[in-house]
Design a protein around this ligand. Structure first.
Ligand code: AMP
Length: 312
């Protein structure tokens, strides 16, 4: 069981209504690999500059994430993103993006990364996602993310990548934009028609939904009262989802439904502190406890339907 992720490794500057940080570890591949490392062996593929220090590498090492394919560019600077959230924590406001070494990122996959059973293409240039997918020809299950920037500037290239993956994991606004329809259910159906067998739509604090050709499975988000910093929640969700699938022998609809819950559980931890702080310090016991709580409070069987219907 193994999983490869390709994406950004970054320094983030973050501001939320509850505090700020000037320079902390971030990036889609970072959040994804930390989250998935609780379930499987992970290979991270990315690029950093020589300013990426021992403290940052230590986070990857603590979770035995394989960093052999994170290239270090001497005298280069690591990708930098500055974002702000207001009380609506579902919307990130990008204040600054400095691509630095990420601008010429050309993912180089070792044989080990190429041979992973599962592959996640985090949000990078769609042509690069497709190239990486083609290098991992034996991958059993491939998922991708993307973002509004690529959909508005090169939608055709995004669709070419969508055609060659098994699963698309995006947020509701991106789904509408990609399918060019206002209704999110119709959008999911249209994305399925492009080729993948599953589409996962993330809806921030409102949960997430899984669409396949035959079914629709929606779950709420874990009901948290203390959302501190939502940065990386989407990638942490994807990490829990893909990591859990990597730990399963059979990747079918049932496994994907359970993976949705593990994705939500991991994302719920991520938002409790800044950046990677919470997931870095997480334990398996905490995950199992929250998974059990999640199952308990979503028990539809316990709703007394007969009382509702007898009133009429
Ligand atoms: P998420 O909140 O899950 O959408 O992802 C947040 C992470 O994405 C942050 O840690 C950023 O470093 C990273 N990020 C922001 N903008 C970009 C971009 N244009 N390309 C790749 N990664 C990005």
């Amino acid at each position: 069981m193994s999983l490869t992720v390709v994406g950004s490794v970054a320094f983030d500057a973050l501001e939320t209504p509850f505090g700020k940080r000037d320079k902390i570890l971030g990036g889609a591949a970072t959040h994804f690999s930390l989250s998935s490392s609780f379930y499987t062996n992970v290979n991270a593929v990315g690029v950093v500059g020589s300013d990426f220090g021992d403290e940052e590498w230590a986070v990857f090492k603590r979770h035995t994430i394989n960093t052999d394919d994170i290239e270090i560019v001497e005298n280069g600077k690591t990708f930098f993103w500055r974002g702000r959230y207001d009380y609506d924590m579902n919307t990130a406001h990008t204040l600054d993006t400095q691509l630095n070494v990420f601008e010429t990122f050309n993912p180089k996959l070792s044989e080990n990364s190429k041979n992973a059973r599962l592959l996640f293409l985090a949000n990078i240039l769609p042509m690069l996602q497709k190239q990486v997918r083609e290098q991992c020809e034996n991958a059993e299950f491939v998922a991708m993310d993307t973002m509004n920037f690529w959909i508005s500037s090169m939608k055709d290239a995004v669709i070419e990548t969508v055609k060659v993956v098994d699963c698309v994991i995006i947020n509701d606004a991106e789904a509408r934009q990609l399918a060019d329809v206002p209704n999110v259910i119709t959008a999911a159906k249209k994305i399925l028609e492009m080729g993948p067998k599953a589409v996962v739509i993330k809806r921030g604090e409102y949960g997430a939904a899984l669409f396949t050709e035959k079914s629709y499975f929606a779950i709420p988000a874990y009901p948290l009262e203390s959302v501190f910093d939502p940065t990386g929640a989407g990638d942490t969700f994807a990490g829990g989802f893909m990591g859990y699938l990597a730990s399963q022998e059979k990747i079918d609809e049932d496994a994907m439904r359970r993976a949705m819950i593990f994705g939500s559980v991991m994302a719920s931890f991520n938002v409790e502190k800044f950046g990677t702080e919470r997931v870095d310090a997480l334990t398996h016991d905490e995950i199992n406890q929250r998974f059990a709580d999640f199952k308990r409070f979503t028990h539809f069987e316990e709703i007394p339907f007969e009382r509702a219907t007898s009133a009429g």
